[in-house]
Write a protein that binds this ligand. Structure first.
Ligand code: URA
Length: 209
């Protein structure tokens, strides 16, 4: 319950520092997000159960481990969550993808849903919800709520940066959903931005500012 894993691998920390730099180009930011997406995916899938299967090597038959159960679902929260998906799919190419469209009302900072599409049997799968920034946590809480309404019981949340306020609020609503992040920053400012953070992740990856 309430588990938070800060992925302190040197490659993740190095790439995150490059991304925080306000002079990083859109192209560079996007590439780094892709790379960190792969590395965070590696960590969030670390304890997936393996099952033994018989294969034939060129020399003999053997029992060898493979990941068991149904394919994973990656569930990016639009739009910034999309930045992680390609990197994660490179590591887990057979994963399904659910899209959850939520935007943050700038006045109230609450999450407003405008799109939701998930595999029909999503309830039977491990769902990894993805959003680079866990700030107020309103979107993350709403996304997980939506998936739980669909019957999903096995959920994890991956982000690049988290604010302590966001972590606490998320776990107050969803203590059963573990968080994987590259950093827990200092605090949220009055506009709901993570400080020191890296600015608006969506704008920086899509070049919309
Ligand atoms: N979303 C962002 O993109 N950046 C923040 O700092 C907070 C929310």
């Amino acid at each position: 319950m309430n588990t938070v894993t800060v992925v302190d691998h040197p490659l993740v920390q190095h790439k995150l520092t490059l991304m925080r730099d306000k002079n990083r180009s859109t192209k560079g930011f996007r590439q780094l997000l892709h790379e960190i997406g792969m590395l965070l995916c590696y960590e969030v899938t670390r304890d997936l159960p393996l099952e033994m299967t018989e294969i034939e090597t060129p020399l003999q038959t053997m029992m060898a481990p493979q990941i068991g159960g149904k394919k994973l679902v990656f569930a990016p929260i639009l739009r910034a969550g999309l930045g992680f998906v390609d990197g994660m799919l490179e590591l887990v190419p057979s994963a399904r993808v659910a899209h959850i469209g939520l935007y943050r009302d700038p006045a109230t900072l609450t999450a407003v849903e405008y799109y939701f599409k998930a595999p029909e049997d999503v309830a039977d799968r491990l769902v990894i919800v993805i959003d680079p920034m866990l700030a107020t946590a309103n979107s993350a809480i709403a996304a997980v709520e939506r998936l739980k309404e669909r019957g999903v019981q096995n959920l994890r949340f991956v982000c690049l940066l988290a604010a302590p306020e966001g972590v606490a609020k998320f776990h107050a609503h969803h203590p059963d959903v573990g968080i994987w992040t590259a950093s827990i920053d200092s605090h949220l400012n009055d506009h709901g931005y993570i400080v020191p953070g890296l600015g608006d992740a969506g704008d920086r990856m899509f070049g919309t500012k």
